[in-house]
Design a protein around this ligand. Structure first.
Ligand code: FES
Length: 268
């Protein structure tokens, strides 16, 4: 169990700084069963279908759906990185922000419920500018050469026309090859916490946590142990959840090189 992982604070990372207009404090609040208030969430969830427009196209969201899910069902793809089908939305990356008419700030579409009559814009100049900025800042956090071919970050960068980031790279942590089945490459980590939710909420193993604060915040195993000596049971849930290859199968380099040559595909 990760003893370092306490109450989450807003990321002091690239993405967190990117969209001032989408600051969590400006988002609707919800109260968890434990009584804690969490910003930017899909609460209260819709209990009935809602009719809204997305980029001028009328859509009906089913009860409980978010804007992103309703758009997806209608064949419209909105960028997303920390959201993954089947997992609780965390709303931390802000790559999915949309503009809602009448609202001052952009909203994360992965954890925002549509309402009747809502006019949503995922492709307005303002929404696209913010989506691109988030992706560009996240790209500046990861190595220029992808560590894994199937990077959703690079897929969305390509889709949004974001190439070389203008921002200085961060200091990169050393890789961790201590586990026989899983490589840890936190230089490719964008701190979306999909691995944390996969480990804690899907598999209920609770090995992976998000520890430390601000600039030092990072993914940890148990009490910041090397993965190979942690209580990891090698279920692989975190590997399939990771959108950038920060957690990847420990394969021979020749196999990884061959995989890198394959075209990008989207896992989320
Ligand atoms: Fe919506 Fe990350 S905030 S996908």
């Amino acid at each position: 169990m990760s003893g370092l992982d306490g109450e989450r604070e807003p990321r002091a990372s690239a993405a967190g700084a990117a969209v001032a207009t989408a600051h969590p404090a400006a988002q609707p609040k919800r109260r968890t069963p434990a009584g804690r208030t969490v910003p930017g969430a899909n609460y209260p969830p819709t209990t009935a279908p809602a009719t809204f427009t997305l980029d001028g196209v009328a859509m009906v969201a089913e009860a409980g759906e978010t804007i992103l899910q309703a758009a997806e069902r209608h064949g419209v793809r909105i960028p997303r990185l920390c959201w993954m089908e089947g997992m609780r939305a965390d709303g931390n990356c802000r790559s999915c922000v949309v503009e809602i008419e009448g609202e001052r700030v952009l909203a994360p579409s992965c954890c925002r419920a549509p309402r009747d009559g809502m006019k949503v814009h995922a492709k307005s100049e303002r929404a696209l500018r913010s989506q691109r900025m988030v992706v560009e800042l996240l790209l500046s956090d990861v190595p220029a050469a992808p560590v894994w071919p199937d990077s959703e970050l690079r897929l969305w960068a390509e889709a949004l026309g974001v190439a070389n980031p203008r921002f200085a790279p961060r200091a990169q942590p050393a890789p961790d090859f201590s586990h026989p089945a899983i490589e840890v490459r936190l230089d490719a980590c964008i701190q979306c916490t999909r691995c944390v939710r996969a480990c804690r909420e899907v598999q209920v193993n609770d090995v992976i946590g998000y520890a430390f604060r601000g600039h030092d915040a990072k993914i940890v195993f148990d009490l910041d142990d090397p993965m190979g000596v942690s209580t990891c049971v090698a279920c692989g849930e975190c590997v399939q959840a990771c959108p950038t290859g920060a957690l990847l199968p420990a394969l021979p380099e020749v196999v990884k090189s061959a995989l890198r040559a394959l075209p990008l595909s989207e896992g989320g």
